[in-house]
Design a protein around this ligand. Sequence first.
Ligand code: SF4
Ligand code: SF4
Length: 480
Amino acid sequence: MTSTEPASQQVLSTLNQDGSRRQIRPQLSRGRFYRRRQVVGYALMALFTLIPYLRLHGKPLMLLDLPRREFTLFGTTFLPTDTVLLMLLLVSIVVTIFLLTALFGRVWCGWACPQTVYLELLYRPIERLFEGSPRQQRQLDRGLPSRRRLLKNLVFLLLSAFLAHTFLAYFVGVERLLQWVQRSPFEHPAAFLVMAATTALMFFDFAWFREQTCIVACPYGRLQSVLLDRQSMIVGYDPRRGEPRGKLVRRPANTPASEAVAGAPARGDCIDCRACVQTCPTGIDIRQGLQLECVGCTQCIDACDAIMARIGKPPGLIRYTSQDELAGRARRLLRPRVVIYPTLLALVVGLLVLALAQRRPADLTLLRGSGSPFTLLDRDLVSNQLRLKIVNRSDSARRYTIALLGAAGAQLVAPENPLAVAPGKTAATTAFVLAPRALFAAGPRRVRLRVSDGVGFVQELPYELLGPRAAAATAPGADR
Ligand code: SF4
Ligand code: SF4
């Protein structure tokens, strides 16, 4: 918003007074923070591109297989049945975000979010290369489409296609992606449409929608007002030093910059040059205080530091600070949320590690078959039906052998024994235990089912066989 307008006429920084979109054409400020962001940003771009190709323990470092509801992170695969593990993982991510935001404000948005990294360090530099300075870009905005702009958009489109392929590799894996790329689109029309739509979305976002993603679409930005406290690190303007602002008064020659000019009104350090506003990619004026639109990109720090250097004032009129510090209050590192979040995080991560350590290479579920609890096949033979479900958590196909223990004279009849289960898959089978009626003379008979995969996994499951005498004491359907 612009403070010079009456409150009733103030609009968002990215809108014109009539409500139409105001394209922000920020002036690049090459300062110390920009140089650091370049190093971090280009390293992250390389990382974002490489992650789908990296493997750990023979698995992708990261693969989010949505159709199969399987997520592989750092060599660990979470299956659809891992609800508790996934919940703990999600909670730990959310608490980490809360903690980092409470401590460092929007450092993620300004330094590491792919939206900012690609827009500010890839698309905008290309735009400047083709279209020149912000002033020249605005001239192009007003004129007919030029060859330079068409060429720029062509490069944007190619870049968006590359990014879309990289992005999709996180969801389908590089192997499948390479197959799609090498074959005709007619062989995989759905995948091709997804790819085309993702490319179009990337192009729309980086070529036109831009800062609106952060201001309007991103839920993280909307949450800032509750995630930050007055001690959180923010990019802020120091009004105690900068105000009252005013245009620079020319000094007589040989007057040191620190000396007041005779007759000039007392001024703060802000010379109202608006360099901080012109460089802001979300178009805001940081001098109006902390705003939701600020993504913490530090461009205003670089712009203002350059101005301060030019007028002989120390840097830091706009700097990393906190709201309390700007108000003249002392920094307080210890505060409730800085204690609560790490405690919660340690608890959740501890539970997650514990749950991961206890995870077995297979999950077994043994249930009684539906229908009557047992069947009398003839006068002396009783049949119990059971259902066994096996989740193979290992990385290779396994064959699970099922054996009955603890019931002399009883026989296990299983049509699929051993039961083959593909890696990461679930399979279920029905089996029957045929036992002589005499086995139930003393009531239900406790037995064990032993399941082994022949390569190290063995688990025994208790099971209660029911027979004629047990039937008198146990109501059908209430046998477990
Ligand atoms: S760049 Fe610095 S001096 Fe210029 S308007 Fe912004 S805060 Fe004031
Ligand atoms: S106010 Fe400064 S830090 Fe915030 S988005 Fe604008 S330029 Fe970046």
